[in-house]
Design a protein around this ligand. Structure first.
Ligand code: 48H
Length: 259
């Protein structure tokens, strides 16, 4: 019995990994913008996988605000939340906002993405990007534990027509890529402009504007987009993150249609 359990897990996991060796889109990070983008791409029939360095998907949604596990969303997302099966209540004293249980949001986004056909590989970090002929064309992955323990173990590579850096604050992966490849990003300065302090209204708006292809084959969403293009944080309101994930999926689908 014991070995049958092991065989079932090993066989299915490795089949899943093998079937994700060549992707339409590799997404770095399972925060809100990554999960929403993965769901939209999978729904559109694209081959998509998320690589998440931590054990649990959800990124910054799950903990809510200061571990009060509730988050705020704009009322304009009410139909979207209904489609995702997420319950919401009007915020007290403000008809523009809804409040949701952050555990319900992160689990619904995760479930909907996987159920639509996206794969999520948790405990795996993206440590580098594949870069050929002036284009990003995949990710370099390793077990998070290997990296955390500083073990000298070579990675594996996943091919992807597009890569989305949805890795959150400070856009560390895009910054590392730009430095190592010695390339200029499509920003005003050609480099990472850096996240700014708190300004909720501006942060919510600019997260959507900043969602873009920052180098051929490499897209940025969510707080990584604000880190790259130099914009404000917004605290525990998540409208910009969701609209950013939806916009990223549209940009990626257009780019896939061109190639
Ligand atoms: C694998 C990685 C890697 C890597 C990081 O931060 P996130 O929740 O992502 P966003 O940008 O969609 O959402 C941001 C939002 O949660 C937030 O922080 C807000 C609204 N802040 C406002 C404020 O004022 O503070 O999730 C990113 C995910 C995390 O789960 C990371 O573990 C993961 O990406 N990740 N996974 N390889 N190299 N880097």
């Amino acid at each position: 019995m014991e070995t049958a359990i092991s065989k079932a897990i090993i066989e299915r996991y490795f089949n899943k990994l093998l079937s994700n060796l060549k992707l339409d889109c590799a997404i770095v990070g399972s925060g809100p913008s990554g999960l929403v983008c993965a769901h939209a791409l999978a729904k559109a029939g694209r081959k998509v996988a998320i690589f998440e360095k931590r054990l649990k998907p959800g990124g910054g949604i799950t903990g809510g605000a200061m571990l009060f596990n509730e988050i705020v969303l704009p009322e304009s997302l009410s139909d979207f939340l209904d489609e995702m099966g997420i319950r919401h209540s009007p915020a007290p004293d403000n008809s523009e906002f809804l409040v949701c249980d952050s555990i319900e949001v992160s689990s619904a986004f995760t479930y909907q993405a996987v159920h639509a056909g996206a794969s999520i590989f948790n405990g795996i970090s993206v440590e580098d990007l594949i870069y050929k002929n002036e284009r990003v064309c995949g990710v370099v992955i390793n077990w998070t534990e290997v990296l955390q323990n500083g073990l000298h173990v070579d990675p594996l590579m996943i091919g992807a027509k597009t890569v989305l850096d949805a890795g959150g604050h400070d856009a560390e992966l895009t910054a590392k890529f730009a430095r190592k490849a010695g390339i200029k990003l499509k920003t005003e300065t050609g480099g990472i402009m850096g996240e700014k302090p708190m300004w909720a209204e501006e942060g919510e708006k600019s997260t959507i504007e900043n969602t873009a292809e920052v180098f051929p084959g490499l897209f940025v969403s969510g707080m990584a987009a604000n880190g790259v293009y130099g914009s404000f944080r917004m605290g525990p309101i998540f409208g910009g993150m969701i609209y950013s994930g939806l916009k990223a999926s549209e940009l990626i689908i257009s780019s896939l249609e061109e190639t």
